[in-house]
Each structure stands twice: as C-alpha cells, then as structure tokens.
Write a protein that binds this ligand. Structure first.
Ligand code: GLC
Length: 457
C-alpha cells in the first residue's frame, strides 16, 4: 500500500490488488487445526461400524438403465424432462429402507441428495429442479433423515459436484452435451455465457442448506473430480474446494468427508479414501490407510432393470469380510426403483446379509486386521477385535475334520463357533509346534461363511 502514489487511479488499483490478494489469502487459509487424537475421536464411530448403505436415487430410476444415462445417451435437458415430469415415487417409505438397512447390519447410510443429473431430492431455495416440483411434491431428503435417524443409524449425504443440468456448469469432457470428437470451437460455443463462479456459489448455497436444515449430518460424500481431461475436466479450483471444505467443517464440525474434492495435497483435507468397485483381492493394498470401498450389488448405482450380473451372497460377504480383514469399511449400494422401493433382487441380497450378520456381526463391528504375526491361509480371512482380543476365522471353504491355523499355537484360550457359541475342541498335542489345531464337525453351520471365534490368551 505504502508504495502506491495516491492519485485516484493508483488508489483504485491498489484497492483492487489488495482485495485480490486478500481473496487469495482467504482461499489459501488452512483448515481448522485438529490433533491426531481429535481426529481419531471424530472418526471413531465410523472406524468401529464398518458397514453402511449407499442409496442412489434420482430421476435416472425412471429410464432404469444406469444413473449416467443422460451422458451415455447424450441427452439434452429437454429429452430428460419427461423423467422429471413423471417422477412419482408412490411407494417411497424410508422407514422401510432404514429397517432393511439396519437389519442387514448396516450402521450408516448415504443418500444421493443430488447426482450428476443435477436433480435435487431436497427442497432447495436455489433451484426449481427439485423433488417438490415433481409429482412427488415433497422433500424426500427430510423423510430419509428422519427415518434413518429414528433407527439409530448415522446419516450421510452424497452430493454431486458435477451438475449436468445447471446452466452455469461448463460443458466438459463428461457432459452430455459433449459428443464424441467435440472440437475446441464447439466447446467455446457451448460454454458461452456459462459461469463457473456462479456455479461455485450454487454449490456453497446448497451445501449450506444441506448442512443447516437437517440437524446433525455424519458424513458428506462429495463426488467427484477429474482434473486431467485435456483441459476439459474439473478439479479443486472449479469447486472452490478448500473454501468449500472450510465451510463444511464450520457448519458441521464432527462431519466425515470423503476424498473426491481433489484436495490430496492439502494435509487433513481427506478423511477417507474411496476405492470404487475394486475386487476383494485388491483391498489388501489399503491396509494402514483409512478407507471405505463403495460397491454395487450389480454393475449400476442407479436402479437398472435389465442389469442382471448381481453378485452372489457369498461374493457380497467376501467384500464385507475382506474389507474388515484389511482395516476398512464397506458401503454397499441400493438403487431404489422409480416407485421408491428396493427391488426384489436388492431385498433378497439384503435378507441374506441380515441372516449372516445376525449370527456373525461380532466379527465385523470394532474389528480390523489381525496382528502381523498371524497369517491366514487361502480360503480363510481373519478379523480381529483389539478391545476384546478375539480373533475371527472366516471359513470360505468349510472342510469337516482337522483345521490347522499357523502361528496360533499356545495363543488361544478357547475356541467356538460364533453363530452359536458351541465349543471347538483344541487338539493340544497335534500340529507342528507353531499351528493351532481344531476339529470341525461334520456338518457345516448353516452359513455360507461360518466363523470361528478364538479367545486369545
Ligand atoms: C462414480 C460415478 C457415480 C457413483 C459413484 C459412487 O463416481 O460417477 O455414478 O455415484 O461413483 O462411488
């Protein structure tokens, strides 16, 4: 300032520069400080509970052929409009959803308040493109929050950073208006008059609504950044990510936020990693990190009528057990129909989880990977509860007779099946001096993956 000569013109210029610098400093301001112990405390329920339900619901449940249908079929807003006009979920009963989730052993849920299509399931002041203006005529997010909270579940919001309906969201490589082989001139023409600064403000406004009008929100799942798309992607600058995260933490200090804001370089900005649709065998890579794998029952997140590659109950259990066996969480997705229900395939899958979890949930909650010296062989996955010092042996390939568990000799006080607490006799004089030997009964307990509970010395 002092170096400026105080003519009218230079004063004005000085003020502008100072303001710009201030704005820049503001966006560089660090996140609120948090000690490791405070962070552990904030994350403790999430690290304990391990298992959640993802819910992808929006207008795409009407075409019922993937939540990216608008992009995959390069639809205009006009072509997509019938789904808005006809959205009438007459069977929507989030109490039934919450009960189903809870019975399946899920302890938290995350609902798409807005997906990439831009449609809002909540009554936002900042758009007309919302459920209250469809035949549904109500704030569907509010009912979801109330129902899940009433079941004692933690409540999360998914919010798409991408928006294929908003007039200020610039057309980029993933946008439905960007056809294959689009030229720079076409981009320029499509983006004339679009203003990301206004869209950034729209995000801030909506996040403020979501984090102030619905009570305590436990998780915010923001989706997603793609900065490297030949100059036509989007990342942290586009979202005003750091400033947005500061706002989120101010409005809901206890909230847990995912890692898709493109803030990987900012210490403390990402609460958990989000490996998407990875195979169970790949999860070992994430040991030691804080993570949640998100998975569908079939290939699509939104309701997909004709997608029939559903995972078997055992494959789903494998994902759950292997997640915990590697110290992470699983969030499993349901895409309700346009009438607002879970379809029969989802119900069947959730019922089978409920059956297993009823008997075996102790090997999931509060558990993580086993101490390093205990190595599981093929077809066995260990989870471990460090508080109770119990080790859980998941038998993916049950064979009656002797089972030998390396590294466990003289480390175990007592062994039993988890589903009924029936004793498994330890064969003290058998084994190679290193292995614990148990005898498994002829008939397999009635679970696709039975669990042995070992009480460690
Ligand atoms: C992807 C997809 C999206 C889905 C999400 C869940 O980013 O774009 O449709 O919501 O993954 O992880």
């Amino acid at each position: 300032m002092s170096t400026c000569k105080l003519t009218f013109k230079s004063t004005f210029l000085c003020l502008v520069i100072t303001a710009l610098l201030a704005a820049d400093t503001y966006s560089q301001k660090p996140l609120p400080a948090e000690t490791a112990a405070q962070k552990e405390q904030r994350m403790s329920w999430w690290n304990h509970d391990r298992f959640g339900m993802f819910i992808h619901w929006g207008l795409y449940s009407l075409p019922a052929r993937h939540e990216w249908v608008k992009r995959y079929e390069l639809m205009t807003n006009e072509q997509y409009q019938p789904y808005f006009s006809l959205f009438d979920p007459d069977q929507y009963n989030p109490k039934a959803w919450a009960l189903k989730a809870k019975t399946a052993g899920m302890r938290y849920a995350v609902l798409t308040t807005k997906h990439h299509e831009g449609f809002c399931l909540f009554d936002s002041k900042y758009t007309d493109y919302k459920s209250t203006n469809t035949p549904a005529r109500r704030d569907l997010v509010k009912e979801y929050v109330d129902a899940f909270r009433a079941q004692g579940m933690k409540v999360g919001f998914y919010y798409s950073l991408i928006d294929w309906h908003h007039p200020d969201f610039t057309v980029d490589e993933l946008h439905p208006l960007a056809h294959n082989g689009i030229t720079e001139a076409e981009y320029a023409a499509l983006n004339k008059g679009r203003d990301m600064a206004k869209y950034r403000q729209y995000i801030r406004n909506q996040i403020t609504e979501l984090l102030t009008k619905y009570g305590k929100i436990d998780i915010l799942w923001l989706d997603f950044s793609y900065p490297n798309k030949n100059g036509h992607g989007k990342g942290k600058e586009d979202w005003g990510a750091l400033e947005l995260l500061r706002l989120i933490r101010k409005l809901q200090p206890g909230i847990i936020v995912d890692n898709r804001l493109d803030l990987g370089d900012t210490p403390g900005a990402e609460d958990f990693e989000t490996p998407e649709q990875v195979k169970a065998t790949e999860l070992v890579k994430y040991r030691g990190k804080t993570w949640e794998t998100c998975q569908t029952f079939s290939g699509s997140w939104g309701y997909h009528r004709d997608e029939n590659t559903w995972k078997t109950p055992k494959q789903v259990l494998d994902l759950l057990i292997t997640s915990v066996a590697n110290g992470g969480n699983l969030i499993l997705n349901v895409g309700p129909t346009a009438r607002g229900e879970f379809d029969f395939r989802a119900n069947r899958a959730l019922d089978s989880l409920a059956y297993w979890m009823h008997a075996n949930e102790k090997s999931i909650y509060g558990c993580t990977y086993a101490p390093a010296e205990i190595k599981a062989g093929d077809d066995v996955r260990y989870t471990y509860n460090p508080k109770t010092k119990r080790l859980y042996v998941h038998l993916f390939d049950y064979k009656p007779g002797e089972i030998s568990l390396p590294g466990l000799k003289d480390k175990v006080k007592y062994a039993q099946f988890l589903n009924d607490n029936s004793e498994l006799i330890i064969q003290k004089n058998k084994g190679d001096g290193n292995s614990l030997v148990l005898t498994l009964p002829r008939s397999k307990p009635p679970y696709s993956v039975p669990v042995i509970e070992l009480i460690l010395l």
